[in-house]
Design a protein around this ligand. Sequence first.
Ligand code: NAD
Length: 452
Amino acid sequence: MTVTDAKAAFTHDDAFTATEATALVNRLRATFRTGHTKPLAWRRQQLTRLRDLLTDNRAAIADALHADLRKNRAEADAMEIGLTIAEIDDYLEHLEEWTAPQPAPVTVPGLPGSTARTQLDPLGVALVISAWNYPVNLLLVPVAGALAAGNAVVIKPAEYAARTSALLAQLLPAYLDTDAIAVVEGGAPETTVLLEQRFDHIFYTGNGTVGRIVMTAAAKNLTPVVLELGGKSPVFVDRDADIATVAQRLAQTKFANAGQTCVAPDYVLTDPGTATELQAALVVATKALFGDNPQTSDAYGRIINERHFDRLSALLGSGRTVTGGQTDRADRYIAPTVLADVRPDEPVMQEEIFGPILPILPVADLDEAIAFINDRDKPLALYAFTENDTTKRRLATETSSGGLNFGLPMRHLAVQTLPFGGVGESGMGNYHGRYSIETFSHRKAILDVPLS
Ligand code: NAD
């Protein structure tokens, strides 16, 4: 196996062995045990260096994302680099406040003069495993949280985004403290070897099948996990909503990154009359975004690999095609596609789509929409376009989802004051901003009773 940096980055030219993994984790744990990563000054320095990595290498990162996903530069700048920098800036601004001990009133009788507080302790050595669809953001936002909380970290980039993974494996050790932070490149075999080690936290982003593997491995050591998974995020469109606005926002969010976003709107539920209006408006909105031939548009991405291309192509036969449907395997291109009159038993409704296909299913009313949502796995996000407060309240109280967003799909994940995460099949635990610090720390209870 090739070790590109004697201490910190393993590339996947050769097998990554259990002995190497053990030595790596032991080395980082030894650093952690010296207290090296705990001072806020160290955390600030590492966060600042991570920020420098992003700003110094903005163009190279955008090139790698373009090579992997044909991600356009504006999208890469906003979703990958911009959001990660915003997260880091939030830590730099609030680190003292978010990590400060919290006093707790002592209300039980019999403890006169006692004081109580909670203190956030970093957990130790964290493992962060990323998915390929936003391979910078989904890797470095949790890493920033782990560092802000004072942990050592093993970083496992997503192998399908191969150019981005290789670039980050080269840059991260050059910018960050290699005594406490290491990168391991690779796929299932390398991750399997890593998961045999004892970590103090495992943060996994990806699918539920691997999520179960991660949780099983973590259980052996009672290691806490955050699982950021996916699922089918529904959209309810009410008859009172302005359909041109709905179509524009749906097309923009569904077809960003060619639909390969964990919180992309997966399917639409609406009444038959609104569905007819919405279908026509989506044709207009899609054309406004990507022109007559999206394959030639700089704004439109590509499917990550042939396996996902073939999986998605098989879903195109569901319902009736309103717009799109064209494919080009050699270019990994699938046109932004809207399918109407889709039935719940059709293939496109059996799994998370994770691609540029938007099915519309007719429902009679809100009651039927709520029942439809509750009959299925709890989604990562639920979206609704409505002006009606009762509809909003009912969706908030009668359904369960990782997040609930009225009016602009996906944007809730950019609001760092909100926790981001799933529930049930869409995952467990959450992160972003101060929630990441809680995730990567133990909130220790401290009681101090006077001796006299
Ligand atoms: P992926 O194939 O990149 O897998 C994610 C990670 O798991 C990779 O780092 C990979 O090396 C590792 N892995 C793969 N097989 C493994 C195995 N057998 N053992 C151990 N590790 C293994 O990503 P994916 O699963 O195709 O990502 C898509 C899914 O992720 C979708 O369901 C999507 O909704 C979800 N997702 C969720 C979020 C979120 O924040 N909740 C974000 C992005 C993607």
